[in-house]
Design a protein around this ligand. Structure first.
Ligand code: SAM
Ligand code: SF4
Length: 337
């Protein structure tokens, strides 16, 4: 079978076509966000992590199987040494029309340096994670971050013509009071903004049930001040969008806990070690590194991908309950957000 023929596309047992691949290029990060990592993380040994050439091959295999959109994530993808060579390589799939989009999720710390190159590699949209506009609170939530550096990075991205979307993890008692000013700021700069619920991923010293802010609650609060109209806009991701009358901007909510979005899930995630997770909230996974390293031919790799997609589960079952164990043991930084 020709890898590019329609019959070669990846369709899971529930009829969902896998068109969106999120690939983590490193588990390392220059921040230690309190909901994401502990302060003294143990990172993977280098030999376990796919080389940039292996990542390129893996992405090409998914493109051959009908993936239309690739999102590069991490850890912090821009701290991976020479990561621009990966973006530069992926550009060929954009030029050929095989891919619609290569995007990036970043904490913004390295954007001032890389925004121009990203644009040259054909990246058009990026997500920048930002939970607060207060420098002291920014330092608290990221432990190691400097807000002014991120702001310069965001400026550089905008100047390079990248369309920026802001992702904000909604944290009870931390940034709920700031939601309006974050929306004002983002929309004032022409950026969409999306709020994300804290997900129970990875063991952590903090109890996430203390941080959990249901987005239904946040939206209700916002609706006292803003007029939100459901928008038809969709990016292929899990966010639900609203148009905000007062700002003219778009506001998204990603609520895996209060709204189950699995029925339309067209995504899979790959870790930087080449482990394919068919669902963010389930442990089942497939090792793609072994077939990737075993043979120069892509056949074993493609067979492993197909076998994995045939097991993609219908959905996740996250529950945030006090003192409950995390739904899955791995951290978001390992799976890639
Ligand atoms: N370092 C990059 C960044 O921060 O954008 C990319 C990787 S990060 C793991 C991707 C996204 O996951 C970020 O927006 C981050 O806020 C979010 N995230 C991390 N841990 C999370 C958790 N436990 N629940 C919800 N979102 C989380
Ligand atoms: Fe790093 Fe992103 Fe995790 Fe923060 S959310 S620690 S920036 S990987």
């Amino acid at each position: 079978m020709n890898a590019h023929s329609p019959s070669s596309q990846l369709i899971d047992p529930f009829g969902r076509q896998i068109a969106y691949v999120r690939v983590s290029v490193t588990d390392r990060c220059d921040y230690r966000c309190v909901y994401c990592m502990s302060e003294d993380m143990n990172f993977l040994p280098k030999r376990d992590v796919l080389s940039l050439e292996e990542l390129d091959r893996l992405c090409a295999a998914f493109v051959g199987l009908g993936a239309r959109k690739l999102r590069v994530t991490g850890g912090e993808p821009l701290v991976r040494r020479n990561v621009m060579s990966l973006f530069n390589g992926l550009k060929r799939h954009l030029t050929s029309g095989a891919l619609d989009e290569v995007t990036l999720t970043t904490n913004g710390s390295q954007l001032a340096r890389f925004a121009g190159e990203l644009a040259e590699c054909g990246v058009k949209r990026i997500n920048v994670s930002l939970d607060t506009l207060d420098p002291a609170k920014f330092r608290t939530v990221t432990r190691w971050g400097d807000l002014s550096v991120v702001m310069k990075g965001i400026d550089a991205a905008a100047e390079a013509g990248l369309k920026v979307k802001i992702n904000t993890v909604a944290l009870k008692g931390f940034n709920d009071s700031e939601a309006l000013s974050l929306i004002d700021w983002a929309h004032g700069r022409g950026f969409d903004i999306t709020f994300i619920e804290v997900m129970p991923l990875g063991a952590m010293e903090l109890d996430r049930s203390d941080q959990f802010l249901p987005l239904t609650e946040l939206r209700r609060d916002l609706e006292r001040r803003l007029t939100l109209t459901p928008s038809a806009y969709a990016t292929g991701g899990p966010a639900r969008y609203y148009d905000v009358k007062e700002t003219g901007g778009r506001l998204g909510f990603i609520a895996p806990l209060t709204h189950n979005f699995c029925e339309s899930c067209n995504r899979v995630r790959i870790t930087c070690t080449g482990t394919l997770y068919m669902c963010l909230g389930q442990e089942d996974a497939a090792d793609l590194r072994e077939p990737l390293r075993r043979s120069e031919s892509d056949e074993p790799l493609i067979a492993a991908i197909r076998a994995a997609i045939a097991r993609k589960p219908k959905g996740h079952d996250f529950v945030i309950a006090r003192a409950a164990a995390p739904a899955v043991q791995r951290h978001m930084s390992a799976t890639g957000g």
